[in-house]
Design a binder for this molecule. Structure first.
Ligand SMILES: [Zn+2]
Length: 446
């Protein structure tokens, strides 16, 4: 599932400037070893005594040590980036408050118009542009230079910068819609944290609903998949699982990166299956089926809806934390910063600072939530497709940018998807219990 959550490694942990922010299609992708697209699925020895653990070890051993080292370094570097992103973001927000810039921006918005809702939109636009400019050194290192250093990105600087600009424009518009409503609540309602939390949660769902239609196409092009030999099996899988679609789309993800991914998106009748062109180029049909079975699992298991409820709870708890902490900080610094109260736009950097602290602290919880859903989708995909070896091969491809074999605590804290080792073991465990079916699928592979 690739909904609106800010992607790991995209360096926007802080500027999870609320979860509604759209990260530009961050090229967090994998190096594509040339010519891997044609690799046939290799079936480790199967027999009456098929040993899932041994088969898992055999798959893990296929990754050359230098490749393992590189992806470990990339992924572990990401742990530190979570911290640097946070500290850097806090420093920028603090600067905006302490230097009196935030109060000046609010003053300017008030001079420009007497309409409260327009003041909120104007403040937000100024704030976001300045924040983005101050964050730019870290963004460009993390999103551009580091991605290229690990051979994960395909974009040159111009188009990359263009995507950043588009993301900024989208976020200006989204914030200009949300903030007038949110500040209306903060100013008028006593239990502002409760009603503000509900407004923010509803807004996140609204963005998730419109993004596939209005936002994603700004960054990538979606076209109909012409190849019947791939369309056919995917649509058959969809029909078998009660997903009402009659077409499959391809998204040109290779514009930014080489990552393999698929997606079943849609809400309320706008269902659509899309897969990215890297998946098409780099994977065999069993691997494509394994990925699409996983993505359909998210859909059938109602993960977008459950995820919305989860995000809603995260936001509400966060607002409750703001309710306690905002006044404490304000009593200490409010007069220095010229922030008069919760309803004062000039206090927004403080709200963001506190909220991002909260999000940092609960990272292991949010990661565990998505990791568990991802494991559910894996199991659904195995049961739906029977492509155990296809799933294991894909797990190896994903391990190009995700550490393959982490420690248990490391996985709980930092992994928003199961590690490659866990995914391969799940597939091999499934295979051990379905040997006839797995053999049959592997034999019928082209
Ligand atoms: Zn998934």
């Amino acid at each position: 599932m690739r909904c609106l959550r800010v992607r790991p490694g995209s360096g926007l942990h802080l500027s999870v400037l609320l979860l509604f922010m759209i990260a530009p299609s961050a090229p967090v992708l994998a190096a594509a070893p040339p010519g891997t697209g044609t690799t046939a699925v290799q079936t480790p020895p199967a027999g009456p005594a098929f040993d899932a653990a041994a088969a898992t070890a055999a798959y893990l051993a296929k990754v050359p040590p230098e490749q393992r080292q590189r992806s470990d370094a990339y992924f572990e570097g990401g742990y530190w980036l979570i911290l640097w992103d946070f500290l850097y973001g806090v420093a920028v927000l603090w600067l905006l408050l302490a230097a009196g810039w935030s109060a000046a921006l609010r003053g300017l918005a008030e001079r420009l118009t007497r309409l409260k809702w327009l003041q909120a939109g104007l403040y937000w636009a100024q704030f976001l542009v300045i924040f983005t400019v101050l964050q730019f050194p870290l963004t460009v290192y993390e999103g551009f230079f580091r991605e290229h250093k690990y051979h994960l990105a395909t974009q040159t600087f111009g188009p990359w910068l263009g995507d950043q600009a588009k993301a900024l424009a989208v976020n200006v518009v989204l914030g200009a819609i949300l903030l007038p409503i949110l500040y209306g609540v903060l100013r008028r309602v006593r239990a502002w944290w409760l009603w503000g939390g509900l407004v923010a949660s509803a807004f996140v769902m609204f963005v998730a609903l419109i993004a596939p239609v209005f936002i994603f196409p700004l960054f990538n092009t979606y076209t109909r998949l012409p190849d019947e030999s791939i369309r056919g099996p995917i649509l058959s899988l969809a029909r078998a699982n009660g997903i009402a679609v009659d077409d499959v789309y391809v998204v040109d993800a290779s514009r930014q990166s080489t990552r393999v991914s698929g997606n079943v998106s849609g809400f309320l009748g706008s269902e659509r299956i899309s897969l990215n062109d890297n998946l098409l180029k780099r994977c065999s049909l069993p691997e494509i089926e394994a990925v699409m079975g996983h993505e359909m699992g998210h859909y059938v298991l109602h993960h977008p809806y459950k995820g919305s409820v989860f995000i809603g709870m995260v936001i509400l708890l966060g607002m409750a934390f703001l309710n306690r902490s905002f006044d404490v900080a304000l009593r200490r610094f409010g007069s220095k910063w010229k922030v008069s109260g919760i309803g004062d736009l000039a206090g927004m950097p403080l709200l963001l600072l506190l909220f991002s602290t909260y999000l940092l602290v609960i990272t292991p919880i949010t990661n565990s939530y998505t990791r568990i859903e991802e494991a559910e989708a894996d199991l659904f995909g195995l049961n739906a497709t029977g492509q155990a070896d296809g799933a294991a091969e894909v797990a190896l491809k994903l391990a190009e940018y995700r550490k393959l074999d982490p420690g248990p605590l490391e996985e709980i804290v930092f992994f928003d998807h199961p590690s490659g080792r866990d995914r391969i073991f799940m597939a091999m465990r499934w295979k051990a219990e379905h040997l006839d079916r797995a053999e049959q699928r592997a034999a019928s592979a082209p």
